[in-house]
Design a protein around this ligand. Structure first.
Ligand code: ATP
Length: 347
């Protein structure tokens, strides 16, 4: 039987329960579609940090490189380990080492889920540049602690980085409804964002079948609320994408539904799939974490692995569960009940 090797990093807090739920559903979907998922679990987390002094072993990246994909729960426990340590010790090194430059987040209102807006259609794929831009980490501080202190943080936009994320966006638009919205602030940022717009315009000539629109970030924020049905694929820089995807998650009903993938489109290294939410220490021991975001992220992993039928079956099962009112309100159903409803819909 065909099989895929998956590295599982459940992480902290609710990450553990939602990864377990996703894994159960994915295994069932695989058996139904005639393939196996071989999972290896890595306990890399804040617990691991407290025991060993590192979020993952020194050869962690090399270990992960041998897998077909990574499924991650959530990492972080700010009361015990500073976020900067947990983020810089695990997630960011993985994204960077494996050139996962496309962070993709589907924002869709599932049947039965009521978001905060009265929108009829909400189905957007946000693509966030994941490696450079405003979060490149280039900068410095001088004259610390004096009245003359200066902090500089420079955005980095490279031709290679901008072109590859936009190309990925065009490809995704081609596979969906054929519309690409490129988000910048090129009226105010006249170097980097004009550069981005120019590359968008040039690539558009290679994709005559994709309708391209350019929006400024502020106008896009409003459009996502007022006229989301006009949008299909939205591509943005690291910072703008970060903000828009939180908005997208809110409109789709909350973090319990927000799935994501960190993709290496060239497949030169494994891609990583994870729900957008964090470890949520406040509900970590209640057994009420909604596993739908994690299960959906798992469906994206199956899609990436070429198991499109199984991926579609998992999404359809999530929709059956939510259309029956399971997992549609915070805290109403337990993680186990929601997982059971998805499993039963999967058959
Ligand atoms: P971060 O790691 O980003 O700092 P966090 O772990 O503090 O985040 P988030 O995961 O961002 O918190 O979530 C904020 C709040 O939303 C949580 O504290 C929790 O109450 C709720 N929440 C998040 N994810 C879920 C989920 N899957 N099911 C139910 N509630 C959730």
């Amino acid at each position: 039987m065909k099989s895929h090797k998956i590295a599982l990093i459940p992480g902290d807090g609710i990450g553990v329960a939602v990864t377990e739920a996703a894994w159960e559903v994915l295994g069932r979907a695989g058996r139904g579609a005639g393939f196996a998922l071989e999972g290896t679990t890595f306990p890399w987390s804040c617990d691991f940090y407290e025991k060993t002094g590192a979020m993952m072993p020194a050869d962690g990246i090399e270990t992960l490189r041998g897998f077909d994909a990574i499924l991650l729960g959530a990492v972080g426990w700010p009361a015990r380990v500073p976020d900067a340590v947990s983020l810089h010790g695990l997630l960011l090194p993985i994204r960077k080492a494996f050139v996962q430059y496309a962070n993709i987040r589907p924002h869709r209102l599932l049947p039965g889920v009521e978001g905060p807006l009265r929108v009829r259609q909400f189905d957007i794929l946000c693509i966030r540049e994941n490696t450079e831009g405003e979060y490149a980490g280039a900068g410095g501080r001088v004259h610390g602690g004096t009245a003359d202190e200066v902090a500089v943080e420079t955005s980095i936009f490279t031709r290679k980085g901008v072109e590859r994320i936009l190309r990925f966006g065009f490809e995704q638009a081609r596979r969906r409804r054929g519309k690409l919205a490129s988000v910048t602030k090129s009226n105010a940022q006249k170097y980097s964002m004009v550069f981005w717009d120019e590359i968008t315009a040039r690539l558009a000539t290679e994709y005559p079948d994709v309708a391209v629109s350019n929006y400024h970030i502020d106008a896009m924020a409003a459009r996502m609320v007022i006229a989301p049905e006009s949008l299909d694929v939205v591509v943005a820089s690291n910072l703008f994408g970060d903000i828009l995807t939180d908005l997208g998650a809110a409109i789709q009903g909350g973090l319990g539904y927000a799935a994501s993938a960190n993709i290496n489109p060239e497949r030169s290294a494994p891609s990583m799939f994870e729900p957008v939410h964090g470890s949520a220490p406040d509900i970590a021991h209640l057994g009420t974490a909604n596993p739908i975001a994690a299960i959906w992220s798992g469906a994206m992993m199956l899609e990436h692995l070429g198991e499109t039928a199984a991926a579609a079956a998992v999404l359809a099962a999530i929709e059956v569960a939510t259309s029956r009112g399971i997992g549609t309100e915070p805290g109403k159903h337990s993680t186990k009940d929601i997982t059971a409803a998805v499993l039963s819909a999967l058959g």
